[in-house]
Design a protein around this ligand. Structure first.
Ligand code: NI
Length: 140
């Protein structure tokens, strides 16, 4: 399947995130989270969607748990994290996710996530859309 849109996002935004200082990273952006928490939320999204994207290749997916984003951000302790390490983690994990997408055969693109009205190709599109939506709020 096509990983190019995700790879373009990673290549476009990684240097912009890297250029932010630790002080920049502690600034609140948007309504509640600072940049560390927001990037942590994007890492949580990558972790959860990696599971979905891998599992959905084996057949239709039923009853996979959702994730409570507030809980995940608190449980991740992102506000106490080191910004450059968090950026590296986000960067490398998304490269791995892109590799998974690249390796997925076209024949599994229509596998369904039951109850979510979504198939694998939609899930990947939606992952990229969510990623870009939040990256724009980084203001970098
Ligand atoms: Ni979000």
């Amino acid at each position: 399947m096509n990983a190019r849109p995700l790879l373009e996002l990673i290549h476009d935004w990684h240097p912009r995130l890297t250029a932010l200082t630790e002080g920049d990273a502690q600034m609140i952006v948007g309504s509640k989270w600072n940049r560390k928490e927001l990037l942590g939320h994007l890492l949580d999204s990558a972790l959860n969607n990696h599971q979905r994207i891998v599992r959905l290749q084996q057949g239709n997916l039923d009853a996979f748990p959702g994730y409570d984003q507030e809980h995940w951000v608190i449980a991740g302790g992102y506000q106490d994290s080191d910004w450059s390490q968090l950026v590296t983690l986000w960067h490398l994990f998304n490269l791995q996710l892109a590799r998974v997408i690249q390796n997925a055969p076209a024949s599994v693109a229509g596998n369904l996530w039951i109850g979510h009205d979504a198939d694998l190709s939609f899930l990947i599109l939606d992952y990229n859309r969510h990623l870009l939506h939040h990256l724009k709020k980084m203001h970098c």
